[in-house]
Design a protein around this ligand. Structure first.
Ligand code: PDD
Length: 286
């Protein structure tokens, strides 16, 4: 049984409680972060903490915790649960007012809810899919327009994932106005020669923490980086394709809408990027 963190307390997972009036439950009025753990250490904690603060500020939410304390909570949960490889999920909501109301509650009387729990995933860095690659379908991007805020409104991404599963594939790349935005829970990339292409930042996609690190490492390794839109047709003709996220790192994509990418097997550029990412991030883990 896991020990989880709820509003200042470390508690057994079956004892943890949140009110039925919590705005995360009633309104999807909450934000989250997922930070990976390798060798019992946090990967890119600072990046996640900075994005968390931005998500809160975009939604006029008060932080229930200082960032230094947040680091300690992450570390303590890793320790208490003996996590060597896995993830830490963090969620903050606008809290539980006395009743349901569309108007935000007064932050003086309604304190935010904060919950963290660990997800133990032995073998995360050595996952079989990193060797075989994943197959994706395309699907219309029907999410709300502020995808740069990491909210818990994840119904459409769940629907996209279920559509992929129903088609016998691994994930879905979402398409808006003819261009790929991102994967259901990851950023999307294609590779042409020595060039990495991924959608430019904006409100249309989440500004991935893994994305920022991978693009930095790609530039350092003398690869070209183009931050621009691309279509499914362009992706199908690319040499390689991949996704990034805190839970998959750099993961090859070998098929898009039934069309094999390159040879239909993971290629050398993606393998190299994954290797550099894991090596550098392990070194910098805290
Ligand atoms: N998802 N885009 C979307 C829509 C995401 O949900 C995520 C992360 C990313 C990648 O961001 P990062 O590199 O910071 O993890 C991009 C997390 C892992 C999740 O929902 O589980």
């Amino acid at each position: 049984m896991r020990t989880v963190y709820v509003n200042g307390e470390y508690i057994a997972e079956d004892q943890a409680k949140v009110s039925i009036f919590d705005r995360g439950f009633l309104m999807g009025d909450g934000i989250y972060e997922v930070t990976s753990v390798l060798d019992g250490k946090l990967i890119d904690f600072e990046g996640h903490a900075i994005r968390l603060q931005r998500s809160m500020s975009e939604l006029d939410m008060q932080s229930p915790i200082e960032m230094d304390d947040l680091l300690e909570v992450h570390r303590e949960l890793v320790r208490l649960n003996g996590v060597d490889e896995g993830m830490i999920y963090l969620q903050i909501t606008r809290g539980a007012p006395d009743d349901r109301d569309f108007v935000y509650p007064d932050p003086e009387t309604t304190k935010p809810t904060i919950v963290l729990f660990t997800q133990n995933k032995p073998g995360l860095a050595d996952s079989p899919m990193s060797k075989t690659g994943m197959k994706v379908i395309s699907i219309a991007d029907q999410r709300w327009a502020r995808r740069d805020i990491k909210t818990v409104q994840l119904l459409y991404p769940s629907m996209a994932k279920m559509a992929a599963k129903a088609a016998g594939k691994d994930d879905a790349w979402m398409v808006e106005d003819g261009a790929v935005t991102e994967g259901s829970s990851n950023n999307a990339y294609i590779v042409k020669g020595n060039t990495i292409i991924t959608r430019h930042l904006g409100n249309e996609i989440l500004h991935g923490i893994t994305r920022a690190a991978v693009l930095r490492f790609a530039r350092e390794a003398q690869m070209n980086v183009e931050e621009r839109s691309f279509t499914i047709e362009e992706a199908q003709k690319a040499d390689e394709a991949f996704i990034t996220s805190a839970s998959t790192f750099v993961m090859p994509v070998v098929e898009i809408d039934d069309a094999p990418i390159g040879a239909g097997t993971p290629g050398p550029v993606v393998a190299r990027l994954r290797e550099i990412y894991l090596e550098e991030m392990r070194k910098a883990a805290i």
